[in-house]
Each structure stands twice: as structure tokens, then as C-alpha cells.
Write a protein that binds this ligand. Structure first.
Ligand code: 5GP
Length: 193
């Protein structure tokens, strides 16, 4: 079996504020084999974000050129900005590493059409909307309007849980992390048999 066939692609999707970014970073710290897929976006950077690390921050014109020339495996318009995953990045990383995607349900649907990509799709949710609002406010990285947009998209986001292989309720970050670890290890073992 080649390295490409042994490597896994894990998608973590969730409504904003469920803890996905923290979990993504924890997974990468624990498993050296994982690289996070760094998306392109036209959204402006937050004060704590670094270009090339959190996202590739890109102009709308450049992004639309990349769409036109079919450079994306998937892209979506979310909260009035584009977000997308470049084919070239994924095809390069998968040669040596497992990949972790922090993308929404629209991107997951599009990626699933590429049958050569063996995806493990995980959907994270909070136990209730009140908890979500609390987390979005606590995160304090968005303006009130941005928090509202993210909160209001919850109902639409959760409608798409059926497109995923695993659904995890994130009531406790450590428990949630352990559940993701079991999923990763189970799927890695399947491929090494
Ligand atoms: P944020 O602006 O809060 O960083 O991200 C907003 C949403 O965009 C999150 O749900 C995140 O998962 C999603 N997202 C980030 N990168 C991508 C991407 O490349 N493609 C898609 N479809 N969604 C993405």
C-alpha cells in the first residue's frame, strides 16, 4: 500500500463556536502525522490570525480567478465571504501526511464527490443554542453583527448532520477530543490491516 492510500482525510464541521478550531489544533499537536488544510478566504484576518497559518487571506478578485481556473476541490460563500480548499495543497500534503479539514457542510458535500479522497466526516454540535451563544460571546473575536450571523446559521448548519459519518456533542472538550482520537485510531488501524 502506498503512503497516499494509508493517509486519512478527516473533516471537522460544526456551527461556529462549537470548539472546532481548538480541537483541530489539539489533534495536530497530538498526532505529528496530521497537517491542517489551510483554506483560502476573502474574509479579513482577526487580530490573532496569521496569514498562511490560519488562512491564506486573499482578495475577492484572486479568489474568483482561482474558481474560474478550477483550482479548488471545494469552495463556499459563507457569511458573505468566500472560503475554499485548493486542490494543489491537498494533493501535495496527502503524499506524506494525514489531513484535517475545518470546513462547512457545503464544502463537505463538494469534497465527497471526489471518490479518490477517502474522507472521514465528523460533525460537532453543542447540546443547545444557549451554550453556543455563550461560547461565541466568550470568544470575543467577532463584532456583534458577525456573532449574530454565526449564531443564526446554527439551524441551517445542523440540518446537514446526515451527510457525516460521526456526530459528536461537545459538552466537554476533553471528552470530545477523546472521541475524535478513537475515530482517528480506528480508521488508521483499518487502513494498516
Ligand atoms: P470563520 O470565519 O469563523 O473562520 O469560519 C467560518 C466558517 O467557514 C467555519 O464554519 C469554517 O469551518 C468554514 N470554513 C473555513 N474554511 C473553509 C473552506 O475552505 N471551505 C469551506 N467550505 N468552509 C470553510
Amino acid at each position: 500500500m502506498t503512503k497516499v492510500e494509508e493517509n486519512i482525510l478527516v473533516i471537522l464541521s460544526s456551527p461556529s463556536g462549537v470548539g472546532k478550531t481548538t480541537l483541530t489544533k489539539k489533534i495536530q499537536q497530538k498526532y505529528q502525522s496530521f497537517k491542517i488544510s489551510v483554506s483560502h478566504t476573502t474574509r479579513p484576518p482577526r487580530s490573532n490570525e496569521v496569514d498562511g497559518v490560519d488562512y491564506h487571506f486573499t482578495s475577492k478578485e484572486k479568489f474568483e480567478e482561482l474558481i474560474k481556473t478550477k483550482k479548488f476541490y471545494e469552495y463556499a460563500n459563507i457569511f458573505e465571504n468566500y472560503y475554499g480548499t485548493l486542490k494543489a495543497n491537498v494533493d501535495e500534503i496527502i503524499k506524506k501526511n494525514d489531513i484535517l479539514f475545518d470546513i462547512d457542510w457545503q464544502g463537505t458535500k463538494q469534497l465527497s464527490k471526489f471518490k479518490k479522497l477517502k474522507l472521514i466526516k465528523i460533525f460537532l454540535i453543542t447540546s443547545n443554542k444557549r451554550e453556543l451563544k455563550k461560547r461565541l460571546l466568550k470568544r470575543d473575536q467577532n463584532t456583534t453583527a458577525e456573532i449574530d450571523k454565526r449564531f443564526n446559521s446554527f439551524d441551517e448548519d445542523v440540518k446537514h448532520w446526515k451527510d457525516y459519518d460521526y456526530i459528536i456533542i461537545n459538552e466537554n472538550l476533553e471528552v470530545c477530543f477523546k472521541q475524535i482520537e478513537s475515530i482517528i485510531e480506528y480508521n488508521k488501524n483499518l487502513l494498516s490491516i
